[in-house]
Design a protein around this ligand. Structure first.
Ligand SMILES: NC(=O)NC1=NC(=O)NC1=O
Length: 174
């Protein structure tokens, strides 16, 4: 999709197209629409990142709280967004055995108890072993460091989702 086409979208169409590039946070795309005209795809990412980093800690944590757990309730009940379903499936979350599901549930619960927001990682860039290792390691971080780390993962997820929309014919398998 040509960047001039993106720049010409009315905000309703822009939000419809990009509203879930950050999981369940259409506000971000609705806000970034005001930054048109975008030079290119990377420029959209820059504006999204600037918006996210301009938020107070509570806002950043709010973004994290909009993310479904990996291998969690939403996956088990089939209520993930299409993007999350595809991402979690690609990371092997849909083929865990019961012991692996229980391990993810326990680690996710421990993480949420410690930080007050869910563990977020860019699933497309990790397999299930990476995810368990990262979850175990990042549990040791302090809250501020972990908040920033998780937001970096949100930005990676966003970048891949944007590419899937704007460059659908190029497989974004990194
Ligand atoms: N808690 C999460 O990290 N969730 C997710 N990461 C992704 O890449 N897709 C998700 O649903």
């Amino acid at each position: 999709m040509d960047i001039n086409v993106v720049n010409a979208l009315p905000y309703e169409e822009f939000v419809k197209l990009f509203g879930n590039v950050v999981e369940k946070c259409p506000l971000i795309s609705a806000a970034v629409w005001s930054c048109r005209p975008f030079k290119d795809l990377a420029n959209i990412e820059v504006h999204i990142a600037e918006f996210i980093h301009s938020l107070p800690d509570s806002g950043k944590e709010g973004i994290l709280r909009c993310h479904p757990d990996l291998a969690g309730r939403d996956l088990q009940s089939g209520t993930l967004t299409q993007e999350s379903q595809e991402e979690q499936s690609q990371a092997g979350m849909t083929t865990l055995d019961s012991a692996e599901i229980l391990k993810m549930y326990r680690l996710n619960a421990e993480y949420k108890d410690r930080f007050g927001f869910p563990f977020v990682i860019c699933a497309r860039l990790n397999n299930k072993a990476d995810i368990v290792r990262q979850l175990s390691e990042r549990l040791k971080n302090d809250r501020a460091a972990e908040r920033e780390r998780a937001i970096e993962e949100v930005k990676k997820i966003c970048s891949l989702r944007l590419r899937n929309i704007v460059l659908p014919d190029i497989q974004t398998k990194l």
